[in-house]
Write a protein that binds this ligand. Structure first.
Ligand SMILES: [Zn+2]
Length: 219
C-alpha cells in the first residue's frame, strides 16, 4: 500500500499507468466525503473530480463528514497534497483521511484546482505517477534533483517519489505520456541535456483514452 504525495506549489511542484491491484470494479459508485474547508472550495473539488466521470465508467457520490465513505478528504493547510491509490483506501482506518489537499485557499486559481484535483483523483482511480512510468526515459540530473528537494524530501524520498520506476508486471500502462496529468513538472535544470516537462493542468488525450480502457463503459 502506498501513499502518493506531492510537493507544494513553490518552484517545481510537483499517463497512463495504473497499479492493477488497486483498480475498482468498472461501473462502481464511490462515495467521497469532503471534510472541512469551505463550500466554495469543496465545490471546486467536486467540479474537477467529476471530469474523470466523462472518461471512466465510475461515479463519485459526494457527501460531507461521512466516515462510511470510501474516499475521505481532508483540507489541512500544511502545504501537502496526497492520496492513497485506488482501492487501497479499504485498509485505512475510518477516522483517517485517504486524500488531502494542503494548499487550497479562496485565492487559488481554477487551473491549480484543475491540476491538483485531477491528479489526486487520478491516484484515487489507481493511477500512478507518469514520471515513474515503466518506460519513461527522463534524463534526471540526480545530484541537482537531490539539491533541489533538500529540506523537503530526503534522498531516499526523492528516490522513491521521482526516480523509482514502476514494476511492469504489476502495472497496466500505455505509452509514456509526458503531457499526462499524472506527470510532475520537470524543469530543464533538473535534467541532463535538453529535456523538460511543463505544468500539466488538464487531462491529456492519453489520460482520457487510457482511463476508458481501465474502466470501460458498457457498449
Ligand atoms: Zn501524485
Amino acid at each position: 500500500m502506498r501513499i502518493c504525495t506531492e510537493k507544494t506549489l513553490d518552484g517545481t511542484t510537483p499517463r497512463g499507468a495504473l497499479l492493477t491491484e488497486t483498480k475498482w470494479a468498472p461501473g462502481s459508485t464511490i462515495k467521497v466525503s469532503l471534510n472541512g474547508s469551505t463550500l466554495a472550495i469543496r465545490n471546486k473539488v467536486i467540479q474537477y473530480a467529476k471530469e474523470w466521470e466523462k472518461y471512466a465508467n465510475i461515479k463519485f457520490k459526494f457527501v460531507t463528514n461521512d466516515r462510511t465513505a470510501s474516499i475521505r478528504v481532508s483540507f489541512i493547510e500544511d502545504g501537502k497534497s496526497w492520496s492513497y491509490l485506488g482501492t487501497d483506501v479499504k485498509y485505512i482506518p475510518r477516522d483517517s483521511a485517504t486524500m488531502q489537499y494542503g494548499w487550497f485557499t479562496s485565492e487559488t486559481d481554477d487551473s491549480e484546482f484543475s491540476r491538483t484535483v485531477l491528479h489526486e483523483f487520478g491516484h484515487a482511480l489507481g493511477l500512478i505517477h507518469e514520471h515513474q512510468h515503466p518506460l519513461n526515459k527522463i534524463p534526471w540530473d540526480k545530484p541537482a534533483v537531490y539539491a533541489y528537494y533538500a529540506g523537503y524530501w530526503t534522498q531516499a524520498e526523492v528516490d522513491s517519489y521521482l526516480f523509482a520506476k514502476e514494476n511492469i508486471s504489476q502495472t497496466n500502462y500505455s505509452a509514456y505520456d509526458p503531457s499526462s496529468i499524472m506527470h510532475y513538472s520537470v524543469p530543464e535544470e533538473l535534467t541532463i541535456g535538453d529535456y523538460e516537462v511543463g505544468w500539466n493542468t488538464v487531462l491529456s488525450p492519453t489520460d482520457k483514452s487510457f482511463i476508458r480502457t481501465v474502466y470501460p463503459f458498457k457498449k
